[in-house]
Structures are given as C-alpha cells and as structure tokens.
Design a binder for this molecule. Sequence first.
Ligand code: SF4
Ligand code: FES
Length: 250
Amino acid sequence: MNFHLRLWRQEGPSAKGGFEEIEARDIPAEASFLEMLDIVNNRLIKEGREPVAFESDCREGICGTCSMVINGIPQGPGRGAACQVYMRTFRDGDSITVEPFRVAAFPLVKDLVVNRSAYDRIIQSGGFITEHTGGAPDAAAMLIGKREADRAMDAAACIGCGACAAACPNSSAMLFVGAKVTHLSLLPQGQPERSGRALNMVRAMDEEGFGNCSNYYACEAVCPANISASVIATLNREFVAAVIKVEVAN
Ligand code: SF4
Ligand code: FES
C-alpha cells in the first residue's frame, strides 16, 4: 500500500514547526501505524535525512507511550492506542495527517514527541496507600463486592496515555484523574488516604494547567482503555466530600 503523509516536524520546543509531505511506499497492509513509521524512518536514514521522532514502548496498547494525533484523532481511528492502528484501516493512496498532542501542559519535545510528565506528577501527588507489610494475606480475607471490584478494575485500566486531554477542547485531564481516584476510592486499601488523595490530585491537575470538564465526552470517545466518563462524576463527588470533611474538621 502507498500513503501520502503530512507529518509534523519540529526540531525542538522553541523551533518553528510545520508539516512535511512524505511518501510512504510499499507498506504491508498488516503493518501497524508505528511499523509504517519505522519503514519511513529507515528510508529517510538511508537518504541521509532526519528520521521522524516518535515514542513507543510496548507496541501492544499497554504502556500509553505512543501519543500522536492521526487524522485529527488522538490515538487514531478505532478504540486502541496508536500502536494498535493497522494500515489496512486506510485506503491505498490515502493522505494521512500525523501531529503531536496539542496540550499546553504536554510541551513538545520534538516532531511527534511531547513531554507527558505532568500526568506523572499528578500521580505522585496522590501519594502511597497505607498497607501492612509482611506475607501476602489470603485473597478471601478481604471481601470486596463484585460491583466494586469490577468498577475498580475498569478504572484501573487507564494507561496514562494523555489522549483524553488531547481530545478535550479544554485540555481537561479529568478522565485520567477520575480513573485514578475512582480506582482507589472503591477498594479497602484506598480508604485511609481517600480524602487527601482526591484533594491533592485535583490541586496538582489545576497547577499543571489542565482545564475543567464541560461535558464534551471527547475524552471518553478516544480513550484506548474505554474509561467511562462516569469516573469524572465520581471524581467530583470525592472532591466535594473531601472538602466538606476538611471544613468540618476545622
Ligand atoms: S483516561 Fe483513557 S485517554 Fe485518558 S490517560 Fe487514561 S487511558 Fe489515556
Ligand atoms: S507503544 Fe505502548 S501503548 Fe502504544
């Protein structure tokens, strides 16, 4: 298959960026999007040109590293990460536009690579959980309802990719933060630090410059982990409950 790529090229954070037209020729239909970029890069290197900078690690939808916008969609067409997009999804001869995530809190590093450590700092602000050390307890000793276990597992599926903020017109990170807060608020292990976690993660999210949710649901539409926007409602409830708890205590 052959494709006409419009790829965002930018030497560095303060350099002027722009689209470069690159032909991707003789691409196997079964190649993933990242494998197509590998083939393009090998040819660019052979021609003595600068390869396109992009990130990847697991290449199977687990690590959340391969952040990019394909034809205007963060993570590309379909419901997986960009590494799970296959070239057979496109038609032979298609023009494909590839850009980095456009989020002020994710500053551009080079070409398609952005710095998403703002999400890491939000996670760090959530802190640790209190847990007894020692031998692993019997799995049946800590009873958790099926509904709570399912909802906690669903929320824990977030891979921290950043597509939610990239899709949102407000650059909101609330789907991501909602997933993390919901996950631990449902489990016994998450109870001791429950209030502080919600307060600190929302504060960190604001300090990083992410916007607020105004119910576009664009985040839910692109999330490769199928995180439901209902976690945002849970985040709001957890935050309000934590604020009330602090005020009552004072
Ligand atoms: S909520 Fe979804 S889109 Fe947002 S960081 Fe997690 S996996 Fe990515
Ligand atoms: S490279 Fe790990 S999710 Fe795409």
